[in-house]
Design a protein around this ligand. Structure first.
Ligand SMILES: *Cc1c(COP(=O)(O)O)cnc(C)c1O
Length: 473
């Protein structure tokens, strides 16, 4: 048994390494076509097969069809390639297979360490129990907003965990027009409702406008709403914009609101001292959501929630009476007291290995390289006669438009709507689109450590090729 397992393990390791090594030579992405049916429609096997046989299936039927995010010319969404150190420790985490609900074992200690490291990297205060790993920023956001909701209700003399929300003034949370949909999802799940998500206009650089926020707060209070949270963004999905966090922290303090920062993609930018000033104010937030599975390249999934006041999380989630708590009332206790999950995976190991392998200097270098490349791409877009930059680059997202001479606005929109799919099908680069100011836009996110300036030239030539290949409406 052990020798068979060892042989299969080596085969699996070879598959993983060969896959990583072969990526640059393959199309960034290719449609699965017929191959999808084989995987999707497999009958439930009556009898098992040896692991080697399964690995052969992986080699021929699974590995050729990646999403594309391992490739240096993948610029879509915010999906990074996996850091190799994070990949290689996966079998170890799976072999230990702990539940990280809590207890006295290595996975829990590792998670405490990783959470503290992430706080240090982003300049956020770190306290025992002041955070936990999650499946991603979406769950981190739900967790943070639950704590914020609980604290606000308690300030009103209302126990939201016992009473729910019926019969009390409707809660309101404030987000910018560029905020991620996970905030709306969190509000819906928490009974705040989509109508309780108050959308604040952005300024010319796609940042939440604090004056508009103050106005909305005053109007909503007069209308009988109960504002409880400002949910700012550090690194928006469309343009990478960072809301004016210091100013928003001031508003939050004056208005006695919880300040949450969605730093899913962008917060890691603060790891580079050169860019940290752009995140001024982030460290005074009540909570910060960030995704090590984005810029840092920790293999999916690995999100993180950091909180200023650990008790606020525990108050919102713990079902353990204080007298039964692990370590007495002073110890941080179990992670399952700080969020909705009970059985929790050993996410910490892939994050620990990634950070330990890169070190602070490696992470700084990763960030500054991405930001520099984004600046370079923005410069190329700006300089060319047929492309137009749509927003300043403050993190590593470049929002732009293809605008060849001679097209009217409707034609420009049609061609930019068609370009992402056409670029993807061509297979030499992967780009996604978005809507900015109500109009179709192209958006490149630079987080792959191996992307080169030459890859940016290819990206723009692919955009042009896709733009001319498509029939213009
Ligand atoms: C990716 C992202 C999210 C959602 O995070 P998940 O890890 O996918 O749950 C939220 N906000 C921003 C700004 C993001 O980039």
């Amino acid at each position: 048994m052990t020798e068979d397992l060892r042989r299969a393990a080596r085969l699996a390791a070879d598959l993983a390494v060969d896959h990583l090594a072969g990526i640059p030579g393959r199309p960034v992405w290719q449609p699965m076509g017929e191959a999808a049916a084989w995987l999707r429609d497999q009958p439930l096997p009556e009898h098992g097969r040896p692991i080697d046989a399964l690995l052969a299936d992986l080699a021929s039927r699974v590995l050729p069809y990646p999403m594309g995010n391992g490739h240096p010319r993948f610029f879509g969404w915010v999906n990074s390639p996996p850091q190799p150190a994070g990949v290689l420790v996966e079998p170890v985490a799976a072999a230990m297979n702990p539940s990280c609900a809590g207890g006295d074992h290595a996975a829990v200690a590792a998670e405490r360490c990783v959470v503290r490291w992430l706080a240090e990297l982003t300049g956020y205060p770190s306290r025992p129990g002041g955070g936990l790993l999650t499946s991603g920023a979406s769950l981190a956001t739900i967790t943070a907003l639950a704590a914020a909701r609980h604290r606000a209700a308690a300030a009103d003399g209302w126990d939201v965990r016992a009473e729910g929300l019926a019969g009390r003034p409707p809660f309101a949370v404030y987000v910018s027009a560029e905020a991620h949909s996970c905030l709306r999802k969190a509000a819906e799940l928490l009974g705040i409702g989509g109508r309780g998500v108050r959308v604040v206009p952005v300024d010319g650089q796609f940042r939440m406008d604090p004056a508009a926020l103050r106005g909305a707060l005053a109007r909503d209070r007069a209308d009988g709403l109960r504002p409880f949270c400002i949910a700012a963004t550090a690194g928006t999905v469309n343009t990478g914009a960072i809301d004016p966090l210091a100013e928003l922290a001031k508003v939050a303090a004056e208005e006695e609101l919880w300040l949450h920062v969605d730093g899913a993609y962008g917060a890691l930018g603060a790891a580079d001292p050169a860019f940290a000033p752009r995140f001024a104010g982030m460290s005074s937030a009540d909570s910060l959501a960030l995704d090590p599975h984005k810029w840092l390249g920790v293999p999916v999934d690995c999100g993180c929630l950091l909180v200023r006041e650990p008790a606020a999380l525990r108050d919102a989630f713990s079902l353990v009476p204080p007298y039964l708590r692990d370590g007495g009332t002073d110890g941080p206790g179990w992670f399952s007291e700080y969020g909705p999950e009970q059985t929790r995976p050993f996410r910490a190991l892939r994050a620990w290995a990634t950070i330990a392998h890169l070190g602070r200097s490696g992470i700084e270098a990763l960030v500054s390289r991405s930001v520099a490349l984004a600046g370079l791409l923005a410069g190329m877009v700006d300089a060319a006669a047929d492309t137009e930059l749509l927003a300043p680059v403050v993190t590593s997202v470049v929002a732009f438009r293809y605008r060849p001479p001679g097209l009217d606005e409707a034609q420009v929109d049609a061609v930019n709507r068609a370009i992402p799919g056409a670029v993807q099908r061509r297979g030499r680069a992967f780009l996604t689109g978005t809507t900015l100011g109500g109009r179709p836009a192209l958006r490149a996110c630079l987080i792959h450590p191996d992307t080169t300036p030459g890859d940016l030239t290819i990206l723009l030539s692919e955009v042009r090729a896709a733009g001319t290949e498509r029939p213009v409406a």
